[in-house]
Design a protein around this ligand. Structure first.
Ligand SMILES: Cc1cc2nc3c(=O)[nH]c(=O)nc-3n(C[C@H](O)[C@H](O)[C@H](O)COP(=O)(O)O)c2cc1C
Length: 320
């Protein structure tokens, strides 16, 4: 039986999204919390956003894993110990983020260019903590060939699991996931390996699955924004149900309106999801423009409702 995880998507899959998603589409194995950046010198351990995301009362009954973004093992351990105080038993390390601001500081996938430092980082972390540590990685900074050495290092440590997004930092979200390189991770017997990248429907999943029958766990990010029912559709072998997705979007908007202050912020949050969700529909045409231009929630709601009422869900596979 396959299992499905929801990827960390900074600014999107926070606790509000997570709670509504879990209510509508239960059965996700793990929801990853978007990255937390250690701030050992700051007055507050966690920012407001980070705190909102990790509070146990914001995640009741939801399987969540927090994620840390740093290239300093001391800072990782410092934050991980604080997360332990909130009841977390597993922490994920982000060596995948391709954003320029992160990579320029040799963090996220920028750190992949320093394999010896990665080795030292993991050695220190495993030496000093009994928390379960999983890693979310890309296959290299510049070149997919870098993955051989990286995998060799990962295999030295008892990782809880290794999530692999088979692109380099340089690929960003271009090119297609490199399945030849992913095959090397899929052959690993030291720890479970999770596939992540470009899964939007059953067709995508089956393509990966045929090639890697031993991989049973899949993490999905943008595909869940395109179709929030994706995890359920894959679990139950069903197609997207417009009414259910509409109800989900309505409740998400209500939850954001309760948790956030100001119509503009809620509008921004909903529109961000629509950047991906619009690709679920056949020919949204002018309605898509109306939704993008909406300045009030009432205008947004009208445009969103019209798309759900007037446009068919695409049967054919679409790019993300
Ligand atoms: C808007 C956005 C925010 C993201 N934030 C994070 C993050 O906080 N931590 C992380 O490890 N990856 C982050 N990612 C990467 C995703 O988790 C995922 O690895 C990537 O989107 C590929 O998977 P997908 O094709 O299923 O979307 C982010 C991606 C996007 C598009």
């Amino acid at each position: 039986m396959n299992q499905y995880d929801v990827a960390p998507l900074e600014g999107i899959t926070g606790y509000v999204f997570r709670n509504v998603h879990h209510r509508y589409f239960p059965g996700v194995r793990k929801y990853y919390i978007p990255f937390i950046e250690p701030k050992p010198k700051a007055k507050k351990i966690f920012t407001g956003r980070e705190m909102g995301d990790i509070l146990p009362e914001h995640n009741e009954g939801i399987p969540v894993v927090p994620q840390i973004l740093t290239n300093k093992w001391e800072d990782f351990l410092w934050t991980a110990e604080h997360l332990k105080n909130y009841g977390y038993t597993e922490v994920n390390w982000n060596v995948g983020c391709p954003a320029k601001t992160v990579v320029s500081k040799n963090r996220g996938s920028g750190f992949l260019a320093f394999p010896d430092e990665i080795d030292e980082f993991l050695y220190r972390v495993f030496e000093k903590t009994n928390l379960k540590i999983s890693v979310k990685t890309r296959i290299g900074k510049e070149d997919p060939e870098e993955f051989d050495r990286l995998l060799e290092i990962y295999e030295k440590y008892p990782l809880e699991e290794l999530v692999v997004h088979p692109r380099t930092q340089k690929d960003f979200y271009g090119n297609i996931p490199n399945l030849e390189v992913f095959a090397k991770a899929a052959a690993c017997r030291k720890f479970p390996v999770v596939y992540n990248g470009d899964i939007t429907d059953r067709q995508d999943l089956e393509r990966i699955q045929m090639r890697f029958p031993d991989i049973t766990c899949y993490m999905m990010g943008r595909g869940v924004l395109r179709n929030p029912q994706l995890t359920e559709n894959l679990q139950k072998n069903t197609l997207p149900d417009k009414q259910k997705i509409w109800n989900f979007m309505k409740e998400l908007e209500e939850s954001y309106s309760t948790e956030l202050s100001g119509e503009t912020v809620v509008l921004f949050k909903m529109k961000e999801i629509w950047c991906y969700m619009i690709k679920l529909f056949e020919d949204p045409g002018k309605l898509s423009g109306k939704l993008k231009k909406a300045k009030r929630l009432s205008d947004y709601e009208l445009a969103a409702k019209s798309i759900f009422e007037e446009c068919q869900i695409k049967e054919q596979h679409t790019e993300l």
